[in-house]
Design a protein around this ligand. Structure first.
Ligand code: C2E
Ligand code: MG
Ligand code: MG
Length: 832
């Protein structure tokens, strides 16, 4: 380093300056020396400038006289420390000409040659300004802290790692913890496990700078374990360079609101379920008579879906005409709302369906009130008064309930699962499906006979029912299989303990005359949404879990686990193999005869798809057709079926046997915009007379379609192709509307046929349906006829055609051809 020349550094000051004096007196601090008696021995000139005291006057005076008793007392500890030989410091007030000044003092002991303290150096700096700022800051912090601490809303500061840094009284009170207890915890430890993911994800977004703040409704746990619903508002505080410091959260207890909402939901659900299951049609409107809802029966009777009708004026949806004179009838709901009274429709009126046909109805209209009694809308309840209605309702009951136990059956179960899922989803809760099977039921049947078996099933169902006091839904899934749907599940353990109860009670089932009856149960459980979110998947997973219980040779219950999911894998395998099936010629059609009910002659054939490799059936249609529908493969497959069936029918036609062939059409095909063109092309290509082709559709496909469906049906009909409704009785059952669709025949579902000789209700209703259908000029075909008794009954009841194993199972075309060549009537037919 280059040595500094003094002249370069300090050019303007004279050399003779007395530097120690100049610095001592000019320095901006009070410098003094106190001897052992605390008398001033030196005081610099700053004393005169700051305190107005000449240093000369201080010399020899004691400190206490100069600063006063109070200030001396404040400094005394530091002074004593300094006189004891240590450096000490002190902060306190100074008296300065009537103005309060604040000073920071340093005391440094002075030692004599023997090392004894002989006095102290004192240096006091004026820190009044800094002190004022500090005071202001402190005060504002106090104010803030007060606001934070005593705010009515909960507030918390949390470290980015989730630990609480500060919590106010409201948060402590909300969660039942003391402040020091909460400061030991982090957010995750008090959050409901199902809500952690959402909260953490939002915090991560804040940290990543992807958002400024977030709001979230979540569940925390109170110290005593109960759930507290809170509404959170969170933002992030960063330091100057932008690094995250802490989260600021506002926490509001919304448990009460939630409870209220829950109650409201329950009420609404109840109302919804009631509306959906009620046998009458129900329409609700707002005060201006614009539609707010339609239940399914109202949808079927008006032809409008709830969604389409929403917001439209009532007159557009619900059009009434006088039955006698045909003139329009004023809408009764208008009067009901206008006069705030209930209005029943007098006389005979007709409801005009969207597609133009009329149904005789009876209705009643009433205003809807709010809590204060103001009219806020209206409700219209009506029903079809034609004779078909009573029948249709009975049929719905029959198709939805198991005739033996009276429990909802498989077809209703699907609706129940759907509803339970919707409820659980709205409430952000779990639901569980229990699939119950009696392990040794076959033995009961074998040992005691089927009649006894039936009694056991009834008693067993009643026994299970007694274990289910709440809104759990019990249904019979088939044979000895039952399903319980739990729509609200607080914890998975709840499902387990219910299973144990069901097992304990179910195994105790007793039936008179069967003293040694001892049943064993197995239950498979699937949980929504953990295992699946679709009804079918939930059912399958529970069944998979049931199979797992059984294959272990144990009874008891098990929860579904993903590793059990052989079925899903099987479905994927089916789909992969199915993609190859068509090009590799593994698909073929079998034909099942339909015979004339009177003569027993073969009068038709239903084409049924088969998947065979080397003469062995790989999968049944019930296994692979749903997969084909889900994957869209049904489109190329369905097109192939149509072509193949037409070609076959044309061959028979050329051989002199004009046998109509029916082909099953799935919804996906039917809804395809090109369906008609395909059909037209296939007919042209095969040269088959259109009258020899029949399409089997389902009720749902026909009833739930709009104008487009009706149009398509009409075009197909005009092309000369016959239309029939397959599996009739399992869908909407709206016989009275059916007459308005160009359908030639109804195929009564196997389910009815199965029970006609064993169940009186089924028998009565089936004959009534047949009679009704004939009065509407529809042909009736019975499917699944297996016994002579069934055949005889159906013939007497007026079925025109019969189909079932009794007259021939589905068979390859060549075999069918042989059957055609046999002398008529067909040998196995039950004719005298
Ligand atoms: P479906 O149209 O109701 O066909 C009648 C089913 O009942 C056939 O089952 C037939 O084998 C069976 N069956 C016939 N007689 C009796 C009987 O006396 N007792 C009993 N228990 N069953 C009888 P399959 O062939 O297994 O077909 C099942 C379903 O798969 C059909 O029901 C149909 O919905 C569908 N399917 C079959 N082939 C096709 C097709 O080419 N395309 C479409 N989209 N679906 C098809
Ligand atoms: Mg069919
Ligand atoms: Mg069928």
């Amino acid at each position: 380093m280059r040595p500094l020349k003094p002249a370069e550094v300090l050019p303007s000051l004279p050399d003779e300056t007395d530097w120690p004096a100049r610095v001592a007196h000019g320095t901006p601090a009070l410098l003094a020396y106190l001897d052992l008696e605390q008398r001033f021995r030196f005081a610099n000139d700053t004393h005169s400038r700051w305190l107005g005291i000449e240093p000369q006057q201080l010399l020899g005076r004691r400190l206490i006289e100069v600063v006063g008793r109070r200030n001396h007392a404040l400094a005394s500890a530091a002074l004593a420390h300094a006189y004891a030989g240590h450096r000490a410091s002190y902060e306190g007030e100074l008296y300065n000409g009537g103005k309060r000044r604040y000073a920071h003092g340093n005391f440094q002991p002075d030692f004599d040659a023997d090392g004894r303290v002989c006095g102290i150096f004192t240096a006091l700096v004026d820190i009044t300004e800094r002190r004022t700022l500090e005071l202001q800051l402190h005060e504002s912090e106090q104010r803030f802290f007060g606001a934070f601490q005593h705010a009515a809303i909960g507030m918390a500061l949390t470290h980015p790692d989730g630990h609480f840094l500060r919590v106010n009284a409201a948060v402590c009170q909300m969660l039942g913890y003391r402040e020091d207890e909460l400061l030991q915890l982090d957010i995750a430890s008090i959050t409901h496990p199902d809500d952690i993911t959402a909260d953490t994800a939002l915090m991560a977004q804040l940290l990543a700078g992807e958002r400024e703040s977030y709001q979230l409704e979540k569940r925390n746990f109170h110290k005593d374990g109960h759930v507290v619903h809170i509404q959170l508002s969170v933002s992030l505080v960063r330091d100057e360079p932008g690094a995250p410091l802490y989260f600021v959260s506002q926490v509001q207890n919304i448990s009460q609101r939630k409870a209220f909402e829950d109650a409201l939901h329950r009420e609404r659900e109840l109302a919804e379920v009631t509306l959906r299951s009620i046998g009458d049609a129900v329409i609700t409107t707002d005060r201006q008579l614009c539609i707010t809802s339609l239940n399914p029966i109202a949808e079927a009777m008006t032809g409008w879906t709830g969604i389409e009708a929403q917001g439209r004026p009532i007159e557009e949806i619900f059009q009434l005409f006088d039955a006698q004179h045909g003139h329009a009838v004023a809408n009764p709901l208008r009067a009901a709302i206008g006069h705030n009274t209930i209005v029943d429709l007098a006389g005979k009126t007709l409801l005009r369906h969207r597609h133009g046909f009329d149904t005789p109805v009876e209705d009643s209209s009433a205003p809807i009130h709010d809590h204060a009694g103001n009219v806020i809308g209206g409700v219209l309840v009506f029903h079809d008064v034609s004779e078909t209605r009573a029948l249709a309702l009975k049929m719905i009951h029959l198709t939805q309930h198991d005739t033996l136990t009276g429990l909802p059956n498989r077809s209703q179960l699907h609706d129940h699962i759907g509803q339970a899922i919707a409820t659980a989803n709205r409430r952000q809760q779990r639901a569980a499906l229990l699939y119950i099977d009696i392990d040794n039921f076959k033995q009961v049947n074998e040992l005691h006979g089927h009649a006894a078996g039936d009694r056991v099933l009834c008693a067993f169902a009643a026994q299970l029912h007694r274990c289910l006091p709440g809104d759990e839904l019990l249904s019979r899934y088939g044979g000895d299989e039952f399903v319980v749907m739990l729509p609200h599940l607080e914890s998975v353990g709840e499902a387990a303990s219910l299973c144990q109860t069901l097992i304990n009670h179910g195994e105790q089932t007793r039936v008179d005359g069967l003293s040694e009856l001892s049943l064993r149960l197995s239950i498979g459980i699937s949980v929504y949404p953990d295992d699946a979110i679709e009804p079918d998947d939930l059912l399958q997973h529970a069944e998979t879990a049931l199979v797992a219980v059984k294959t272990q040779g144990l009874h008891g219950y098990r929860f579904f686990t993903a590793s059990m999911n052989e079925r899903t894998r099987a479905r994927r395998r089916i789909e992969a193999a199915l993609r190859q099936a068509l090009p590799q010629h593994e698909l073929s059609l079998h034909y099942q005869p339909k015979v004339d009910a009177q003569s027993g002659r073969i009068v038709g054939a239903e084409a049924l798809l088969r998947w065979q490799v080397d003469g062995r059936e790989l999968y049944t249609p019930d296994q692979f057709i749903p997969v084909a529908e889900d994957s869209g493969l049904i489109l190329p497959i369905g097109a192939w079926v149509l072509r193949q069936a037409c070609r076959q029918a044309q061959l028979w036609q050329r051989h002199g046997r004009s046998i109509p062939v029916s082909v099953n059409v799935s919804p996906l095909q039917f809804q395809h915009a090109e369906f008609y063109n395909w059909l037209d092309e296939v007919l042209d290509g095969s040269g088959l007379a259109a009258g020899l082709l029949e399409l089997e559709l389902t009720e749902r496909m026909v009833m739930s379609g709009g104008d487009a469906t009706t149009g398509l049906l009409q075009r197909i009909k005009q092309r000369g192709v016959r239309l029939s409704l397959d599996d009739f009785g399992t869908g909407y059952c709206s016989l009275s509307y059916l007459k308005h669709f160009p359908i030639d025949a109804l195929k009564i579902d196997r389910m009815f046929v199965r029970d006609i000789t064993s169940d009186r209700d089924t028998a009565t209703i089936t004959s009534a349906i047949i009679a009704m259908a004939r009065s509407l000029n529809k042909e009736v075909i019975a499917e699944g006829v297996e016994t002579r008794e069934q055949g005889a009954f159906l013939r007497r009841a007026g079925c025109s055609q019969l189909q079932g194993f009794l007259y021939g199972a589905p068979m390859p075309a060549a075999e069918f051809q042989k059957l055609l060549d046999e002398p008529e009537p067909h040998a196995t037919a039950p004719y005298p």
